[in-house]
Design a binder for this molecule. Structure first.
Ligand SMILES: [Zn+2]
Length: 250
């Protein structure tokens, strides 16, 4: 088990708890954000997306999701039992960046194959989860960035969990670049069949540290448990495990 360490908030003096591996921590009493290693004030923009649901209200989008779509068992909404409803504010870096990838490849769909060159140029608000743990479906999470406000600890529900960042801004920027290039490599497969070379240039405009509300739901259906992730700002299901439809006749 991780042992929580403690420093004092340089703004209000309250203890700021953090776990090993966390490098940016936010005081839950005043919302002040500190870089743990250096003890310095965090100088970047820190934003927050507001959660719109309480523990009762969140059941509505859950039931809606369970009732919709032909892939789900027809009695899912009726028979499923909610085991856990946990609201977590996840830390992200939103990297606003211009990316240009120039590529050269071989187009094999005609004979003889030809060499093709091209460019992909796009602007992104690229989302990087500020936690080491993989597994969160970041690419499937369409964050409603329009709704972000300056971080305000008073808007965080007492029952919610707020996770600190394990990744600093430079690391996030590096990850964003890698992920964007991988994304461009995927896109350019529409144009060439074999990639010879790719060169990417980036122009970073801004990096915002953002906490977003995500509901982690656990439900039980026919004595098996499943997980559901819901965007607390909109009620949209980010990802949900669906029980297999039974094909048996018994
Ligand atoms: Zn404080």
């Amino acid at each position: 088990m991780a042992v929580a360490q403690e420093i004092r908030c340089s703004h209000c003096g309250a203890p700021v708890e953090f776990e090993p591996g966390e490098i940016i921590a936010t005081c839950k009493y005043c919302g002040f954000t500190t870089v743990i290693e250096t003890g310095q004030t965090f100088t970047f923009e820190h934003s927050l997306l507001l959660n719109q649901f309480n523990e009762t209200q969140i059941e509505e989008p859950i039931k809606d999701w369970m009732r919709s779509g032909f892939l789900k068992p027809s009695d899912l909404a009726r028979k499923a039992k909610l085991l856990e409803k946990t609201l977590v504010y996840l830390p992200f870096w939103v990297v606003s960046i211009e990316a240009k990838s120039t590529y050269k490849g071989i187009f094999e769909r005609i004979a003889p194959p030809i060499v093709k060159e091209g460019t992909i140029k796009k602007e992104y608000n690229w989302l990087v989860l500020a936690r080491e743990a993989a597994g969160f479906p970041t690419r499937e999470y369409d964050v409603p960035l329009e709704g972000k406000i300056p971080y305000d600890f008073r808007k965080i529900e007492g029952f919610a969990k707020v996770l600190n960042s394990e990744i600093d801004r430079d690391e996030a920027l590096e990850l964003a670049k890698q992920q964007i290039e991988a994304h461009h490599r995927f896109l350019l497969q529409q144009d060439v069949d074999k990639i010879v070379e790719v060169h990417s240039d980036f122009n970073m405009k801004q990096a915002v540290y953002l906490h977003t509300p995500v509901w982690f739901i656990k439900y039980e259906y026919r004595s098996k448990s499943y997980q559901l992730l819901i965007d607390g700002a909109t009620g949209t299901v980010i990802k949900g495990e669906i029980p297999q439809k039974g094909f048996g006749i018994f």
